[in-house]
Design a protein. Structure first.
Length: 202
């Protein structure tokens, strides 16, 4: 009988220890969920630009005045990271449907092939909403200056090498973050930062 009683005490002790560990883990999870990301820092400012949208219409940085937006650089015949990046942009589009002052911009690094018509077909492939997600082409020198000098993402020289990062831009055309699209937490972190930047005083 003594051994049984001692065994029961041990079992009760183990259950109590397990409950304590579960409670600690739940508490840590709740704290992590409540913790907010700090406001992203200002990393630079973008110049004014004028390019051509997939509709064939002129599109300028003035069309983004007062908007928060995300940019990336892709090309439509890419068999590497571009399909993944554009799928991630579609995820962002779907997650931000209620954010009236949010936009997405995809710049091509292959302006010789990516005409407005080609970009429009590419956008349809990824279910882009033209009112929210714009694809831009233009002179190679202008795209090169934007990618290298403004966004700090690299050259547009015809070799089709390009960054796989997304860039967050605020209402004042200031860069607020870079997000490596290979990283698991890139899109959740970007979505959180979009909300934070949208809530900043105008």
């Amino acid at each position: 009988m003594g051994r049984s009683h001692l065994g029961g005490n041990r079992d009760q002790g183990k259950r109590a220890e397990m409950r304590r560990k579960v409670w600690i883990l739940l508490s840590l999870a709740l704290l992590a969920g409540c913790r907010q990301r700090p406001a992203p820092p200002v990393l630079g400012s973008l110049p004014e630009f004028t390019l051509t949208a997939e509709t064939g219409s002129t599109f300028s940085s003035r069309d983004l005045a007062g908007k928060v937006w995300v940019a990336d650089f892709i090309f439509t015949t890419c068999n590497g990271p571009c399909p993944r990046m554009s799928s991630q942009m579609r995820q962002i589009q779907n997650a931000t449907t209620t954010l009236a002052d949010f936009r997405m911009i995809s710049f091509t690094v292959d302006p010789e092939r990516d005409t407005p018509e080609v970009l429009a077909a590419y956008g349809k492939r990824y279910q882009a909403n033209p009112a929210r997600w714009t694809f831009l082409t233009g002179p190679k020198k202008d795209l090169h200056a934007l990618s290298r000098d403004a966004f700090k993402l690299g050259d547009v020289t015809g070799d089709l090498e390009h960054s796989t990062r997304f860039v967050l831009v605020d209402r004042k055309a200031r860069i607020r973050g870079y997000y490596n699209t290979w990283e698991k937490e890139a899109i959740p972190n970007l979505l959180a930062d979009i909300q934070t930047v949208l809530e900043e005083p105008q």
